[in-house]
Write a new protein. Structure first.
Length: 130
């Protein structure tokens, strides 16, 4: 892994943790009055200090990437093996995997010691029509 990639991953990780903590505190304090706890004040200060540093060395993540990171971190903090969040891309990949909905020429491809070969074609597929 390259250093810029490690920095970017670290940035997403730290941003996710910070924002997850903010969300948790917000949910826990939603029924309280508008006074900030010492933890909230420290968190706001940390974010205000960390953001310029991250912005100096890294490009800002897209809002979609940031929100996915926040939600992933939030869901994973529950340590529930049966709860999973999928980003849009992950959802499409997962649905394709479980539904068997694939796109392509409509051929079964297999690997052998002699190389890759087409072992069959799907009905009504471009491979069958050709």
């Amino acid at each position: 892994m390259t250093i810029p990639m490690m920095r970017k991953n670290l940035s997403f990780f730290l941003t996710g943790i910070i924002l997850t903590l903010v969300i948790i505190q917000f949910v826990q304090n939603s029924d309280k009055n508008d006074q900030k706890s010492p933890f909230e004040e420290a968190l706001v200060t940390t974010i205000q200090e960390a953001k310029p540093l991250l912005d100096t060395y890294l490009s800002a993540p897209s809002s979609a990437k940031l929100s996915d990171s926040i939600i992933h971190t939030f869901i994973n903090s529950y340590d529930d093996q049966f709860t999973q969040y999928f980003s849009s891309e992950e959802l499409v990949s997962f649905q394709t995997m479980i539904e068997g909905d694939f796109e392509g020429i409509g051929a079964y491809v297999e690997d052998s010691p002699n190389g890759v070969y087409i072992s069959g074609v799907l009905p009504d597929s471009p491979a069958q029509k050709s």
